[in-house]
Design a protein around this ligand. Structure first.
Ligand code: TAP
Length: 471
């Protein structure tokens, strides 16, 4: 049983002002996996005061000093990566290979990227007699979700540290363990007191206190659209900068060629990874309508082949994060059946032989883009296949969404893939599985604003100052 009752404030592990705790449930077993404290406004005030005090000196450190710290964190992160992976399995049910692999690896990748970007980043850029200087924005509130805990946390913390900002992390109640270990890593690596602070607790209390706080300069949030809207409203009275990474309903366009079956199978398996709980998941699979029989065979084969079960074992998919998420997904599957989509794999209820834990069947529908299951983010292993008549039609369907976070194109004709990708109205598009830690990540339309990852991730945490007559 994990017992994480203390917060990390001003370089110390401290008890909350008001003792209040919550159990954290392991979604695979439904058993209590640990206890955290739920903080209040007084804890937030202490953390913000510590971050403000530390900003005076941390913002004045040199690039080399900050690089040295990131390198020390990197060594400590590597030393404790197995513990991080184990925590992720327990808190949100990711299967062992994914938790220890991609989950922990994404955090390490953002750390390595922050180191690489910091080495060459131009904080000062002369323009004639003017110097354009980029300076840390100040005290940052980092509010993160449970779906990719290390990815979401590390993509914010390391650019904030690298640019000279100080911060307060508010991890998700559903997945607070790995953040707690990360705070220990930062502490051991020697982050100066007050530069990084962490307060656990509910979003409506801690998140609101941070978003409305007079002395917080920016909020970086990843999570649901309604909470993103609320944070923007809460931050408006103090004119904070707000970075929002929200939901998606991303299109995966498979071109009409010899690789169709393999690409459909790959897209289906990819969608089921992390139990479909990925904001950038390719949850709408757009395929040539004339080859629907081949598509259905390939997609059904891939979905049925996904092994589901105990995430500590050798499976491809664990449970979804919570009972409430399980119920939301079941409602969407029922919705798909009610609105006339054709179920080709999975469906309602737990997979055969499983009677405990929040496990969902890898589910595939054939439907149309006007169905609710094609319009709303389900955040579960539910794929909707939609047929297109030609490429113009595929692009039209892809862009017919309130979201614009990610997109995917697979095909053997790379020129055609590029042309299709250019026409998709989203912030991040992967052609034939392309992946890059330095590529900016963020959404068009209701998927958010701002960009994380790589050099663009640094800009989120920087103000721009013009010094005229400087030269
Ligand atoms: P959210 O409710 O948006 O939670 C994300 C984070 O925001 C959590 O730390 C949460 O705290 C906090 N929060 C909640 N209310 C807040 C407020 N008023 N002010 C400031 N912070 C607040 O997401 P969720 O409940 O984890 O998931 C719900 C749905 O959001 C999912 O079904 C999915 O559709 C979507 N979602 C999207 C993403 C991405 S990456 N786009 C990630 C996760 C979820 P708590 O600890 O109290 O929850």
């Amino acid at each position: 049983m994990r017992d994480y009752r203390n917060f990390y404030i001003d370089g110390q592990w401290v008890a909350p002002v008001e003792p209040k705790t919550a159990d954290v449930i392991n979604p695979a077993t439904e058993a209590v996996a640990g206890t955290i404290s739920l903080g209040g406004v007084a804890d937030v005030n202490k953390a913000v005061a510590a971050a403000r005090k530390a900003f005076a000196s941390w913002s004045q450190t040199t690039r080399e000093q900050r690089l040295d710290l990131l390198l020390a964190i990197q060594a400590e992160y590597a030393r404790r990566q197995t513990e991080l992976g184990d925590a992720i399995i327990e808190e949100m049910g990711a299967p062992s290979s994914l938790a220890h692999g991609f989950h922990v690896g994404l955090g390490a990748g953002h750390l390595q990227t922050a180191i690489e970007v910091l080495r060459d980043f131009k904080f000062d850029e002369p323009h004639g007699a003017t110097m354009i200087a980029r300076e840390p924005i100040g005290v940052c509130a980092l509010i993160t979700p449970w779906n990719w805990p290390m990815n979401q946390t590390c993509v914010k913390i390391f650019p904030a540290l690298a640019t000279g900002c100080t911060m307060i992390l508010k991890p998700p109640q559903l997945a607070p363990f790995s953040a707690q270990i990360l705070a220990e890593i930062l502490d051991t690596a020697g982050v100066p007191a007050g530069v990084f602070n962490m307060v656990q607790g509910s979003g409506s209390v801690i998140g609101t206190a941070l978003s409305t706080h007079e002395d917080v300069d920016m909020v970086s949030f990843t999570g649901s659209e309604p909470v993103g809207v609320q944070i923007q409203k809460d931050a408006a009275t103090t004119i904070k900068r707000v970075g929002l990474e929200l939901g998606g309903k991303s299109a995966f366009i498979v071109l009409d060629d010899d690789a169709l079956a393999a690409n459909v199978a790959g897209a289906t398996g990819g969608m089921m990874g992390n139990s479909g709980q990925t904001c950038s998941a390719g949850s709408r699979l757009l395929v040539p309508a004339s080859r629907m029989d081949e598509v259905i065979a390939a997609s059904k084969g891939a979905a049925d082949a996904v092994t589901v079960g105990d995430p500590t074992g050798n499976v491809a998919m664990g449970p979804v994060v919570s009972k409430s998420q399980y119920n939301i997904i079941q409602d969407y599957i029922q919705q798909g059946l009610d609105e006339g989509a054709t179920l080709i794999a999975g469906g309602l209820g737990r997979p055969e032989g499983i009677d405990k834990g929040w496990f969902v069947k890898p589910t595939v529908f054939v439907g149309t883009n006007d169905m609710l299951i094609a319009r709303e983010e389900i955040f579960g292993p539910v794929l909707v296949i939609i047929g297109y008549d030609d490429i113009d039609h595929a692009v039209e369907i892809a862009n017919d969404s309130n979201f614009g976070l990610a997109g995917y194109v697979s095909g053997t004709d790379v020129d055609q893939c590029r042309a299709v990708a250019r026409r998709m109205r989203t912030g991040w598009i992967s052609i034939n599985g392309g992946f890059d830690f330095h590529a900016p990540f963020g959404g068009y339309k209701r998927s958010g604003n701002g960009r994380e990852w790589g050099e663009h991730g640094f800009l989120e945490y920087l103000e721009v100052k013009s010094l005229l007559g400087y030269a």
